[in-house]
Design a protein around this ligand. Structure first.
Ligand code: HEC
Length: 139
């Protein structure tokens, strides 16, 4: 009797441990995207200085393919902060090529737009500023 219950307990433990390993190992959350950004802490109020910096970067590095209110080469970026997580948006800006290959959401966009978004040589801080600009458009 004792042996059997030990065995059962051990197999339950094994199942629990392997499902944790699955969740944290290979089970990437598609809504977070793939790239250097794992967590973004947002202040509920938009920082207008940062958003202004983001607009400057956007107007130089993104307008060839994006408009805010209309689709151009890529999607219109109005309400992007409502449909995507901040981590996903920053990872898309910083790592678009891997995103369109390995992230389900970006893969679907690529299938629709049929053009590869390219990395625009932005730093993580610059990507954060662009995110703030998007937040200011969407509030
Ligand atoms: C060469 C054209 C091009 C450039 C330059 C470009 N993008 Fe994109 N972007 C795209 C395309 C096309 C997509 C759709 C995914 C794909 O096909 O690669 C996209 C997708 C996105 C998305 C996801 C939109 C959604 O609806 O989820 C975001 C956010 C984005 N781009 C932001 C930016 C930012 C910020 C910049 C400038 C730093 C930028 N892009 C520069 C073409 C471009």
């Amino acid at each position: 009797m004792k042996n059997i219950s030990t065995k059962i307990t051990l197999s339950i433990l094994a199942v629990i441990i392997s499902s944790f390993m699955f969740m944290y190992g290979c089970g990437d959350d598609p809504e977070m995207g793939i790239g250097p950004v794992k967590e973004v802490k947002l202040d509920p109020t938009v920082n207008s200085d940062l958003a202004g910096k983001g607009k400057q970067i956007f107007d130089v590095k993104c307008v060839a393919c994006h408009k805010i209110d209309e689709k151009l080469v890529g999607p219109a970026l109005k309400d992007v902060t409502k449909r995507r997580k901040p981590e996903w948006i920053m990872n898309m800006i910083l790592n678009p090529e891997q995103m369109t290959k390995e992230n389900m959401i970006a893969k679907n966009l690529f299938a629709q737009y049929m053009i590869q978004m390219t990395f625009q040589n932005v730093t993580q801080d610059e990507a954060r500023a662009v995110l703030e600009y998007f937040r200011s458009n969407d509030k």
